[in-house]
Design a protein around this ligand. Structure first.
Ligand code: ADP
Length: 342
């Protein structure tokens, strides 16, 4: 079953993509948080520029919506080069890839999102392109087939992945640089909300900003989306000003609680508390009860619940924690709290 979730780090509509575009930091200075990655990347870019060489191939991994695509844009801008984007699952024809690679100029950035989903034959075709800047193209079949060796310009491949564990070792090894993006802490999320509000000309006070930041699951894309919903709510119901009260009401209307959990998260947790005495239980059993794909739960529900300590994962399965019971209000009467913000 696929449901539309407001708290997913993945882009939901094209219209939202266009909106995200206006909020996307254009330089490393504008990029908030992830300071360890930003520092290392700044040095690497500076060094590449001084050597007059393209940036090394880079792998960026972490949950969706944390700024991987944004970093790829920043790298291409810093290198004064073009950015060509593609996505792993749609890059399924060697001929398409060949077309892209042979058109790249020196220093161009080729960004492949969801690189763990590249078909194997395409992945293998990329190896010599990454390593030696050449591709071996086979023409004809059978006894008349021959390999044509095509040299490429020195480009930079940036791969992004939300499931780095699924990346093959040979592909992973071919990236000179690999950066992990983690969920943003509340103070960075607050800065991101304030920055976006300024760009959008939204009137928001400090408490309102803190509430939106706290409900955004450490994910900038979600913060921007929630800010937009609160702005709409404020426009219609509250004089265009986002106060704490307005932020809470608008989020509550969307079914989001004070930790940023939505209906799917709470159902996920309630299955473990109600049917499995708190766990451990296998992910397949939870997925079957929820009629969801295991991969959806692993990618879009579990990472944040693990991060905030509402879930633990062992070989025996998933378990909830004391915090989970407290959050769901279960010790009192065995049912969820009436107001999401109490
Ligand atoms: P990913 O590629 O990891 O899914 P994106 O790079 O598309 O994520 O980022 C989603 C949105 O979040 C962007 O449009 C941008 O507005 C915002 N964003 C991401 N990282 C930052 C950051 N460090 N500072 C400010 N805004 C950010």
């Amino acid at each position: 079953m696929s449901r539309e979730r407001i708290v997913t780090g993945k882009p939901v509509t094209e219209e939202e993509e266009a909106f995200s575009w206006s909020l996307r930091p254009k330089t490393l200075d504008e990029y908030i948080g992830q300071s360890a990655v930003v520092k290392k990347l700044a040095i690497s870019l500076e060094s590449a520029k001084k050597r007059g060489e393209p940036q090394e191939h880079m792998l960026l991994y972490g949950p969706p919506g944390l700024g991987k695509t944004t970093l790829a844009h920043i790298v291409s801008k810093e290198m004064n080069a073009r950015l060509i984007t593609a996505s792993g699952p749609t890059l399924n024809r060697i001929a398409d890839l060949m077309g892209i690679l042979t058109n790249l100029d020196k220093g161009d950035v080729f960004f492949i999102d969801e690189i763990h989903r590249l078909p194997t034959n395409v992945e293998e075709f990329i190896y010599p392109a990454m390593e030696d800047f050449r591709v071996d193209f086979v023409v004809d079949k059978g006894p008349f087939s021959k390999v044509i060796n095509v040299p490429l310009k020195r480009f930079t491949l940036i791969g992004a992945s939300t499931r780095v564990g699924l990346l093959s070792a040979p592909l992973r090894d071919r990236f000179g640089i690999s950066y992990h993006l983690d969920f943003y802490p509340p103070e960075d999320m607050f800065k991101i909300v304030v920055r976006s509000a300024e760009i959008l000309g939204v009137n928001i006070d400090k408490e309102g900003g803190q509430i939106i930041a706290g409900c955004s699951r450490g994910t900038p894309r979600i913060a921007n989306r929630l800010l937009r919903r609160s702005r709409d709510y404020a426009l219609v119901k509250a004089d265009s000003h986002i106060t704490a009260e307005v932020a809470k009401k608008s989020l509550e209307m969307e079914g989001i609680d004070n930790r940023g959990l939505d209906d799917l998260d709470r159902k996920f947790l309630r299955i473990i508390t109600d049917y499995y005495q708190g766990g451990p239980v296998g992910i397949e059993a939870i997925a079957a009860t929820l009629a969801e794909e295991t991969s959806t739960l692993e990618e879009l529900v579990e990472p944040y619940l693990l991060k905030i300590g509402f879930l633990t994962r062992t070989k025996r399965g998933r378990s909830v924690t004391h915090e989970t019971y407290k959050h769901l209000g279960l010790p009192f009467n065995g049912s969820v709290q009436e107001s999401l913000f109490d």
